[in-house]
Design a protein around this ligand. Sequence first.
Ligand SMILES: [Fe+2]
Length: 321
Amino acid sequence: MGAHMNIQIANSPLQAELNASTGRFTDKTFDWKAFPSNVPFPELARAQMRYIGAGGSPKVGDTSTLPAQNFTLSLIYKEPGRYAACHSHEIEESFLIISGALIVGWEKDGEVVEVNLGPRDMILNAREVAHGFRVDGVEPVLMSISVDVGKPLPPVYRYHPKDCPSELARTFGAEPGKTIPFDRQGTHPMQQQMSDYVVRHSELPTIWEDAGFARKVYVGSAPGAIASTTCRKEMWGVPSRTALAAFTRPVEDAVMCLEGSIEVVWVDDAGNEAVVELGPRDMVRTPAGQAHFIRNPGAGAATLWTVIGQSDDDDFTFQAG
Ligand SMILES: [Fe+2]
């Protein structure tokens, strides 16, 4: 690693803005009452930690989170035996599994396709497709949810335990015999539709950049990625002692550290730097037009989840710093 030419000024306005754009896992709390219609039903219990916007929660006035621009970002925690009632909404919404195994079901006309997602798998719930999820495993699920619009409309519930038997709500509306397993080769139209919206980490190509880090594109225009007109989503693997050169996007981006640690650096026009180090479940959102880069000065590799506020490709090549 060469010496850095840029200068970091403690307590600079740039540093203050970067700090204000950082969401720390340890500064936040999980909200068990984020979804008021679920509160009377212990079987629906889930907790939400908000980083950007409110996601599907009506708690849009929470001042401890960043106001959403092109996307929201939150963590959801759910324990074994719990589920989320089948609902639909007008926006796209992604579930990235961080730990545990999550069953996601899509329902249409009483038939349900169910997929089991593991760590680093993702589903993009398509617009107006009814979906629910459930934890059948022995460990809780932690996942990152992004809604690809700042303020979604409230969900429309299809099979909620307030309106239908609990057993039917738990299967997302499927009567016995009406649940279909996820299968990329399946011939059922719902199997084929869901296949276009499920990404498994193990199936995605790993793209090594000349700058020395790896990307897997979950949502975007790369091979294996889900096509979308809203936001791009990528997982980055950043080896120890890797640093990028500064880059600028025309939209905001968010970087959440999943494993290891990483420095996010903002640079002003004079070359002054502001720096934060992120550990697991810490996040920085960088606004449109802000020059920034990442570097990993530590001994271990870092795994990052990044959401970019438009689906188009960037017209730049990452450079080593
Ligand atoms: Fe949803």
